[in-house]
Design a protein around this ligand. Structure first.
Ligand SMILES: [Zn+2]
Ligand SMILES: [Zn+2]
Length: 500
C-alpha cells in the first residue's frame, strides 16, 4: 500500500508539470467525471467483498492447508490496490476532476486543500478495501494467534474494527501521506511563487533548489514525525532493554531510542528508521515482544541493526539517484534525437514521457526488488551473528564452535545455533502474521528461502564470503554509476546543453 500511496502523490507532482495533456473528457463533463470518481470506490467495494468471501470459503474448504486461503487473500488484495491506483490515475489524467480544485489560482497556499480533495477518492478507496478485507483478515490471522496472548474468545482485544482501521490508516496511509503532503505543499508554494523567487535571487533554479532542500529536510526528520503518527512509547528499562543496549554497544549501533510499537497486539514486526543517529529509532512491536523469546527478539533486533550498520538506506538513496539519472538521460536522449532535420524517430513529448514512466517502473520494479532482497539477506546474516552464543550454549556442528576448523576463513563463519535461532524468529513472524512461508513480495524473498539461505551459509563459510562479495559489488556499482552519471549530468547541463 505504501508504494501505491507514493505513486498516487507522485501523479499529482507529475500532473502539475503537464496539466491537461492527457485529458479525454471535456472540462464541463460533470456526469462522466463524477461517475468515474465516485463509481470507483463502489466498484472496488463489490470486488473486495467477493474476493474476501472467496478467501473465507477457501479457508473453510481446506482447513488442513490454511496457506491456500491466505495466498488468495494476499494476491487479491494486491490486485485490488493496483486497481485502486490505476483507477485514480485514470481519474486524474483523463478527466477534468483535478481542474475543478485548482485553488492555487486564488493563492498558492490554498492549492494543498484542492490537492487533498483530488486525492480523496484514493483515500476513500483504500478505506473501502480495508473494511471489505476485515472479516477475512480476522479469520485468516487468527490461525496463527499467539498462544501466550489472552485469546480465550474469538473477539481478541486487537481485532475489533475500530482499532483495526486506526492501525491500517496510521501504518499504511498516514505514514506516507503526511510527509508527502508537506512536500506537496512546499512544491505548490515554490511553483506559485517561482517567478518571485527567481527575480529575488537572480538564479533560475532557486525554486527547485528550495524544494530539494525542504524535501531532504522532511526525509531526515521523518522518523520524529513517524513515531508520533504511529503509537509508540520508549521500551521500559529492564533486563530486555539492557540486553539490547549491550548489543548496540557491541556492534556500534547508535540510536535515539528503542521504542515499543503499539498495535493492540495486531502486528508482529520490527523496524529501524533514521539515517542519522540523533533521529534514529529502533521499533519493536508489542505483539513481537509478547510472543517471542528474548533470544528471538535479539535476533530480530540484530536484523534491523544490520540494515543500519550496512548502510542500506543510504544505498537505496544512491539507487534512487541512479534511477533518476538513467531515466532523465534516456528522456533527454530521446528528445534530442526526435527533433530537427536529422531526427532518428519522431517521438512526441507525450510518447517520451510515457517511455520515461515505463523505464522508471521497470528500473524500480525489477532493480529495487532485486537489490532489496539481497540487502534483507545481508541483514538476516547480521541478525544471526548478533545472537552467536557462547561455546557451551552451541550444541550443533558449526564453523564457529564445535566443528571449528582452522581452515575455515574467519570472515565467513556463522554459528549454526545462531542461524537456527534466527530462523525460528523468522518462522514465528510468518506464522503469527499469517504469511505463507513460501510467499514472496517485491522487497522480501519468501521466509522459507531466507531460512534455507541462512542455514546453508552457516554450513558453508566460503558461500557466506561469496555472498558478502556480491553485496560489496552491488554497492560499488551503485556508487560508481551515481558518481559517473552525476558528473555527466553536471557537464551536460553546464557545458553541452548551452552550446546546443
Ligand atoms: Zn529487513
Ligand atoms: Zn555455534
Amino acid at each position: 500500500m505504501h508504494l501505491f500511496t507514493i505513486l498516487a502523490f507522485a501523479m499529482l507532482f507529475w500532473r502539475a508539470d503537464s496539466p491537461g495533456e492527457w485529458r479525454l473528457l471535456p472540462a464541463d463533463d460533470v456526469f462522466w467525471t463524477l461517475l468515474l470518481v465516485v463509481g470507483q470506490p463502489l466498484l472496488l467495494l463489490v470486488a473486495a467483498v467477493s474476493a474476501a468471501k472467496r478467501a473465507h470459503r477457501l479457508h473453510d474448504k481446506h482447513p488442513e492447508a490454511p496457506q491456500i486461503g491466505q495466498r488468495f487473500h494476499h494476491r487479491s488484495l494486491f490486485l485490488l490496490r493496483m486497481g485502486l491506483f490505476v483507477g485514480f490515475a485514470a481519474a486524474l489524467l483523463l478527466t477534468p476532476w483535478p481542474e475543478w480544485f485548482e485553488f492555487g489560482r486564488i493563492t498558492p497556499a490554498l492549492q494543498i486543500i484542492g490537492d487533498l480533495i483530488v486525492l480523496s477518492p484514493f483515500f476513500g478507496g483504500a478505506l473501502v478495501l480495508w473494511i471489505a478485507a476485515y472479516p477475512a483478515e480476522r479469520a485468516l490471522r487468527l490461525l496463527g494467534e499467539p498462544q501466550s496472548y489472552d485469546q480465550s474468545t474469538t473477539d481478541g482485544p486487537g481485532w475489533r474494527i475500530g482499532p483495526y482501521l486506526d492501525f491500517n490508516l496510521r501504518h499504511h496511509l498516514l505514514v506516507v501521506a503526511v510527509p508527502m503532503t508537506l512536500i506537496l505543499f512546499v512544491s505548490n508554494m515554490t511553483r506559485g511563487y517561482g517567478a518571485v523567487l527567481r527575480r529575488w535571487s537572480g538564479w533560475v533554479w532557486t525554486p527547485d533548489a528550495l524544494l530539494a532542500v525542504v524535501a531532504g529536510g522532511v526525509f531526515v526528520v521523518a522518523p520524529v514525525l513517524l513515531c508520533r503518527i504511529w503509537r509508540t512509547a520508549p521500551l521500559e528499562s529492564g533486563p530486555l532493554r539492557e540486553r539490547l543496549e549491550i548489543i548496540c554497544r557491541r556492534i556500534g549501533l547508535r540510536c535515539r531510542d528503542i521504542l515499543i510499537w503499539n498495535s493492540d497486539g495486531i502486528m508482529i514486526n520490527a523496524a529501524v528508521m533514521g539515517v542519522f543517529a540523533p533521529v534514529r529509532y529502533v521499533l519493536l512491536s508489542d505483539a513481537l515482544l509478547a510472543t517471542m523469546s528474548t533470544r528471538q527478539i535479539e535476533a530480530v533486533f540484530g536484523h534491523e541493526a544490520g540494515h543500519v550498520r550496512h548502510r542500506h538506506i543510504q544505498h537505496f538513496l544512491v539507487f534512487a539517484l541512479v534511477g533518476w539519472l538513467t531515466v532523465a538521460g534516456l528522456m533527454e536522449g530521446l528528445a534530442r534525437t526526435s527533433t530537427g532535420s536529422t531526427a532518428w524517430w519522431g517521438l512526441s513529448s507525450t510518447a517520451i514521457q510515457g517511455l520515461g514512466l515505463a523505464a522508471t517502473v521497470l528500473f524500480w520494479g525489477l532493480g529495487f526488488g532485486w537489490v532489496s532482497r539481497r540487502f534483507e539477506r545481508q541483514a538476516d546474516l547480521f541478525g544471526a551473528r548478533c545472537v552467536t552464543p557462547s561455546d557451551a550454549e552451541c550444541d550443533r556442528p558449526c564453523s564457529v564452535h564445535l566443528d571449528a576448523q582452522s581452515s575455515y576463513p574467519q570472515d565467513g563463519r556463522v554459528c549454526a545455533t545462531a542461524a537456527a535461532v534466527f530462523a525460528s524468529a523468522l518462522q514465528r513472524v510468518a506464522l503469527l502474521n499469517g504469511i505463507p512461508p513460501e510467499e514472496r513480495s517485491w522487497r522480501h524473498s519468501s521466509i522459507g528461502s531466507r531460512i534455507r539461505f541462512l542455514v546453508s551459509l552457516a554450513g558453508d563459510p566460503a558461500r557466506a564470503m561469496a555472498f558478502e562479495r556480491l553485496i560489496r559489488r552491488i554497492k560499488t556499482t551503485l556508487l560508481a554509476a551515481a558518481v559517473l552519471g552525476g558528473a555527466f549530468f553536471v557537464y551536460y547541463w553546464t557545458v553541452a546543453a548551452t552550446t546546443r
